[in-house]
Every structure is written in structure tokens, then in C-alpha cells.
Design a protein around this ligand. Sequence first.
Ligand SMILES: O=C(O)CCC(=O)C(=O)O
Length: 461
Amino acid sequence: MPIILPLPQVSPSKETNPLIFDASLLQNESNIPSQFVWPDHEQPRREAPSPPLHVPPIDLKAFFSGEPLAVSNATRLVNSACQEHGFFQVYNHGVDSKLIDEAHKFMNLFFGMPLLEKQKAQRKFGEYCGYASSFTNRFSAKLPWKETFSFRYSADPKCSNLVQDYFFNVMGEDFSNFGRVCQEYCEAMSKLSLDIMELLGTSLGIDRSHFRDFYEENDSIMRLNYYPPCQKPNLTLGTGPHCDPTSLTILHQDNVGGLEVFVDEKWHSVVPCSEAFVVNIGDTFMALSNGLYKSCLHRAVVNSETSRKSLAFFLSPRMDKVVRPPKALVEDDSRRIYPDFMWSTLLEFTQKQYRADAVADTGIFLSGCTIKVDRTPIMSRSTHKNQAGAHSKSLYFFPYGNQRSGCTGPRRGLTRSAPDFRNRDGPEEVSMVTHATVSFLRHSLRLAPLDENLGSAIVDG
Ligand SMILES: O=C(O)CCC(=O)C(=O)O
């Protein structure tokens, strides 16, 4: 049975030799197509299993009891984990275990369907919602060994049935139960994320309702990840190394294991626990905390025996919210690390111009105020003013790890340092710079021969 077949055109300009990722065929193949083979230095091959990461378990019920010792334990653990790597777990979280089981059950049914059925919900180029099988129609190298199904959730009361309606509209009536379960699951995640925002606010010493209020009407993304078995698991990755551009990720993984986090120059595994959710800080919250809490590089590995599933809820603010740290986090040190921006701007950028899991290797990386493509500076502080046409010494780009957190790329020497720009000039100029520089980035990246790297961080990461 052939594995590589022509795909119907989705985005004509990009598809000269597309593949089809049909898990039912590929999972038994002893030779995987070369497009799934990652470069040597990014392959997960290893003699010994990755050491487990200490991901502190936080008892949310105890935190909300208000009992002083429980509160101080929870905030201390969260504070140190978030400053170090940004990962912790929550248990006693109040989410009904039956709902979680149902979501896993429907996921199994969905991903077990024939490819053509799943493709009814095929994600379109530049969008983040829909079914994607390994992004074979988008990229031609370093393909992830996975299928995903992503959809939007909004906590705005005007969008109360968004998820359910989406399922109905793209998949038809037969999927209304699946849609209902996903709607309920997203509502539970939205509620849980607001609780976690109280915990994060308290741990940062700010008003506990500050972040809860900020995310009250969140406009988030839910993604179902399915990783089929792979006969060459040491050559490929289920999800390439990336940081989440969103605010907070709440992940429920089944008991197979595969999530890994890059800390202290090494990959560490996150041991599954079905009663807990794994929570990690994303780039947007990193900016909101003025860089105090880290968004850290992570990836998912696959194995030869068992398929693996995870459900990821990516909390994001309402599109028009301005991401700006609370005063209490900047008043001692007036040096802001990131400029103001709106989530909608970053989302668009990540969808259209950027492939998160390719950055470590392929040469788009940021160092101080210089953007380099294939190690050639394309923009630096000194040239920025003319090229971008913006009156500023700042450079817009996104938090991408930080030296202090040890979040460096998997290959030594490619430092993912937080941009060394400072906002001392007030919001007006900064927002102008934000727009100008985003346009500049788009322009530059389009000109650069980097088609492979343009894509969706949200979905491909
Ligand atoms: O499946 C996992 O464990 C990780 C998923 C992930 O990092 C993502 O979906 O962005």
C-alpha cells in the first residue's frame, strides 16, 4: 500500500509534493518517510529515558480553602516553578473526571475514523481551527508525527455555544454529542484557568482578582492531540520543540507519557498523572508578568507501541485586550521588558509568519536587538529605525525563552535570549513600534528563503 499519495489541493502555492499522513498505514511502517525524520541534533534518540522534571503538584482545593499554610505552600511552589521553568500540576481542581473520560472517549472515536471523514473538518491555510494531519500540506520537512483537531472557545456570553456549533457546522449532526462534550470541557477549562489565574496573581503578590478579571472573557483555543505509534520513534517527534505563544496551557495527557521540557540544557519528561492537569506558562503570560514567569521550551516524543492522546486548552485573552503587566510588577523597576501588544496581533503573526517548532534549528532567532536569519543579521537596533520607519529604539518581538530560565534551544550556541529592548517611552510610541515592527518582520520573513518556517505556532507547535 503506498504511503505517499497526492493530496487534493488546499493551498496551491505550497503543495508540490504533499504527503498524506494516514496513521492507520504509517504506524506499522518500518521505514518512515524522510519528511518525518528530524535533524540529528533534534532527534529524541537516547540511551536512557529522559529524567523526570519536578513539576510541583498544587492542591487547588487547599489553596481555595484560604487556610494560611495551604495558601503559602501553593504560592511558594508555583512561584519557584514558574520562575524556573513555568510548569506545575494542579489536582483537586474540581473538573468532573467523567467529563475528562468522555472527552478522551470521543477523541478516540474521532481519530479512529477514516482520514476522509476527519478531513471534513480540514483546517485551512492561515487558520487555527480544524483537523490537521501532520501538516503534510503545509511543510515539507520536520513533520510532526501527530494529528490534531483544534477549535476556538470564547467565554463571552454572546458565544455561549461556539464549540458545539462549530462541530455541528463542520462535521454534521452525528457529531453533536462530541461537540457538547467539547463545549463542556472548554467551559470547565475556562473556569479552571480563572482559578489558576488567582493562584498566579497571589503567587506574584498582586491583587488576586487582577488576572482573573483580565481573562474573564477569554478567547481561547482547544486542541486535541493524537500521536499514533511510530516504528522509528527515535528519529521523529510528535510535537517539535516550541514555546506556547498563548497565555497558559492546561494539558490533560493519558497515561502513556511523551511530554518533555527543556531545562538546564537537558530534556526532562513530565510523568503523567490522570488526576492532575499539567499547567504551563505561555509567552503572553510571560510578557504579562514582565518576564518573571517563564515560558519554556517543550516537545512531545512518540513510541513504537502505543498511541498517545492529550487535550490542550490554550488560554488567551479577549482579542482586543492590551497585554501590559500590572503596575505592581513594574513599579520597582521601571524597565519594562516587553512592549504592549494585543493578542490578536501576535496570534496573526504566529499563524501566518512563524513556525514555532522550527525556530531552534533553522536560524530565525533573536539575540538582543538583532534578528538573524540563517545567522545573517537582517535587522538590528541601529538599522531598525530606517527600515521599519518607526521612531524608536525598541524592537517588537516575542518572548522566546530567556537565558535566566535556561531556556536555550536544543542546539548549543543558539541562544534564545529575551530581547534586550526596554520600553521607557510610554504606550503610544510602543504601540506604534509594535505595528511597524510586526509589519517589518512580516516583510523580512517573506523575503527570506524560509518557506519551511512559515506556519502556525499555535497548531504546529
Ligand atoms: O501532547 C503534549 O504532551 C504536548 C502538546 C503541546 O505541547 C502542544 O499541543 O502545544
